[in-house]
Design a protein around this ligand. Structure first.
Ligand SMILES: [Zn+2]
Length: 276
């Protein structure tokens, strides 16, 4: 009996030793999981190597979602992770720089405006007008013109004195002879309402020239009786004998009617060469 008990005890002890080993070999442990390669490849449960003893517990069941989840890894990237869209640089403004042909350094500084141009100089004064009938009209410029009268002409002395004062010399000498100028009565001679008139005689052909532009040899002055006392009227006619036409631009003894102006009338003598 004792041997039997001993055998039984030995058998029980052996069984106690073998059973844990069998559990280890069969893989029934709840914490076991197959290799990842096997899970991903088939997704099926791993086949037991024991064969005869089916697994009493199926600890692999909770692992299935994990394996499925592992397959999901093979899907394409979820749409929640889109590739970053690279915005085109539309916000960058187009280059507005001038053409490269424009040299930027040639441009002068715009802060300094050019100075205003200086005002134009005043126009030069017009040259004095001679008011001569022409360059050949009149007596020789350096001559002393002798004057006689055939009538009583009270204004003759003042008229001659007016020209002499402006010329600064004895231009007209009253009473000397032979006379170059003769004062006569104007009645029946001067027409057109004139109170006086004059008629120079040419030193060339002794004829009257309508343009009055010729060298004078003699000059006749005609005065109406009512004007023999007006020195300006006689001075006006003596001016015609000098070769002057009527002055229309300013007051002058040569205006018609006469408006003696010593300054302007002296300019006449200077422009004609009778005074220096
Ligand atoms: Zn006149």
């Amino acid at each position: 009996m004792a041997r039997t008990v001993t055998r039984k005890r030995t058998a029980l002890a052996a069984l106690a030793l073998v059973l844990p080993l069998a559990f280890l070999v069969l893989g029934v442990g709840s914490e076991w999981s197959p290799p990842a390669s096997t899970r991903v490849a088939s997704g099926a449960r791993p086949t037991s190597t024991a064969g005869a003893e089916p697994p009493t517990t199926t600890p692999e069941v909770p692992k299935v979602p994990v394996e499925v989840r592992g397959l999901v890894v093979e899907r394409p990237a979820p749409p929640s992770d889109p590739p970053p869209v690279t915005e085109p640089p539309a916000s960058e403004p187009a280059p507005t720089e001038p053409a490269p042909s424009d040299p930027p350094t040639v441009e002068p500084p715009a802060a300094e405006p050019p100075p205003p141009p200086p005002p134009p100089p005043p126009p030069p004064p017009p040259p004095p007008r001679s008011y001569l009938y022409g360059p050949s009209a009149g007596f020789p410029r350096n001559a002393t013109i002798t004057v006689i009268t055939t009538i009583d002409a009270p204004g003759l002395g003042a008229a001659a004195g007016y020209w002499n004062q402006l010329a600064g010399r004895t231009l007209y000498a009253v009473g000397a002879s032979p006379a170059l100028v003769t004062v006569r009565a104007g009645e029946g001679v001067c027409g057109g309402g004139a109170v006086a008139c004059s008629a120079p005689a040419s030193a060339i052909d002794h004829l009257w020239h309508p343009d009055m532009n010729y060298p004078y040899e003699h000059c006749d002055v005609y005065v109406l009786a009512g004007w023999v006392g007006d020195w300006s009227v006689i001075a006006h006619e003596l001016g015609h004998c000098l070769g002057f036409d009527h002055v229309t631009d300013w007051p002058s003894v040569m205006s018609s009617p006469p408006q003696p102006d010593p300054v302007r009338d002296r300019d006449l003598l200077l422009s004609a060469g009778y005074a220096a």
